[in-house]
Design a protein around this ligand. Structure first.
Ligand SMILES: [Ca+2]
Ligand SMILES: [Ca+2]
Ligand SMILES: [Ca+2]
Length: 192
């Protein structure tokens, strides 16, 4: 009996996880997310504007409007779990592993805005390059890709998931560029 209950239990969770990754119309947006964005799970281009639902949402455009209407984009960063969330219309679209400030140099918590951007910023204080820089709080700290020292040494991605930075929020190779391309100055960033 216990075994049967266990199997039912496991099947239930498997069904849930399959649904989360299932993309019936193959438009790059999972069925689960289509329900949240109110798009059609059987139509790859719900508003018929030539752009797939998945691509519109990914770039922050309203998939239900033919006009190029932007949806609100926000970033939330959980220091405890070392995760960054990319929110489109307050729906979690992506999450990435980060490395925030180490004890003594902890990343500040609160509501911030992206105040400046640079494809490659130089930290005078620490003598390192910070690719895909998104400056917060007057540019005093920011979000950026794993830093590179002048001799070419790159911080290891094994540090992601652990707070080892000087106060910035470090992202892996890929996620930093992904966010840099999508987020404009003025974007809200909540750190908690
Ligand atoms: Ca889909
Ligand atoms: Ca669709
Ligand atoms: Ca569309």
């Amino acid at each position: 009996m216990a075994k049967i209950i266990f199997i039912i239990f496991i099947s239930f969770f498997l069904a849930l996880s399959v649904r989360a990754t299932l993309d019936t119309d193959k438009d790059g947006l999972s069925d689960d997310l289509e329900v949240k964005f109110k798009t059609d799970i059987n139509n790859p281009d719900t508003d018929g504007d030539g752009y797939k639902d998945g691509s519109e949402v990914d770039w922050g455009y309203n998939p239900l409007a033919k006009d190029k209407i932007k949806l609100p984009l926000r970033i939330a960063i959980n220091l405890k779990t070392q995760k960054l969330f990319y929110l489109v219309n307050d729906i979690e679209l992506k999450q990435f592993s980060i490395s925030s400030g180490k004890p003594g140099l902890a990343t500040p918590q609160g509501n911030f805005k992206i105040v400046n951007k640079a494809t490659k910023a130089w930290s005078k204080k620490y003598g390192l390059w910070m690719p895909f820089w998104l400056g917060l709080n007057h540019g005093e700290f920011g979000i950026h890709e794993l830093p590179i020292w002048p001799n070419g040494y790159r911080e290891g991605s094994d540090h992601l998931g652990r707070p080892v930075s000087h106060g910035c929020v470090r992202l892996g190779i890929g996620p930093a560029e992904y966010l840099f391309e999508r987020l404009a100055t003025g974007t809200e960033v909540l750190i908690y």
